[in-house]
Design a protein around this ligand. Sequence first.
Ligand code: SF4
Length: 182
Amino acid sequence: MTSNNKDKQTIVEYIQNWSRKHSLFVMAYGTGCGAIEIPATMTSRYDAERFGIRGAATPRQADVLLITGYLATKTLKRVIRVYEQMQDPKYVIGFGSCTINGGMYYDSYNTINALDRYIPVDVYINGCMPRPEAVISGFVQLQKQIAEGTANNAAKYKENLEWYRANQKKIIKNWRMPDYNW
Ligand code: SF4
């Protein structure tokens, strides 16, 4: 955001955020067709690792949850568990039009429309499907927010948990998992 936000950070926070933005371990949840762009983004042609972006093996090791397209209502339950098991600080990127408004599946009976009604989204990358340049641009956007200290949606999720839970339970009929996953 503004340079004022930067100025409000202590020197320790500034260094922490500078380090975080250059070390983003990504849990890529390949929910939709956009997942096919991830190998191209990560391998030598686009080489996302030069920005400090690399894959994580488990939610506990991940900083960023990348949702790559449409999300089936059944998969939403697993995505919520993965998100809640990630350690703070953590971020979410919604990748593709389907995460923003349902895209071509907006009227489908078994997919969700707006990802940010269920988990907090820091950056959306629009397109159907977004090319690797757009994916990298989305990550750079997230890095800016981290550097400025404004990527704090994980805290907002906890503050507004009742609202998120109500939305989640409206969709997930067979909830049957702990109400508190972290
Ligand atoms: S936005 Fe397009 S490419 Fe991405 S999941 Fe939806 S339909 Fe597939």
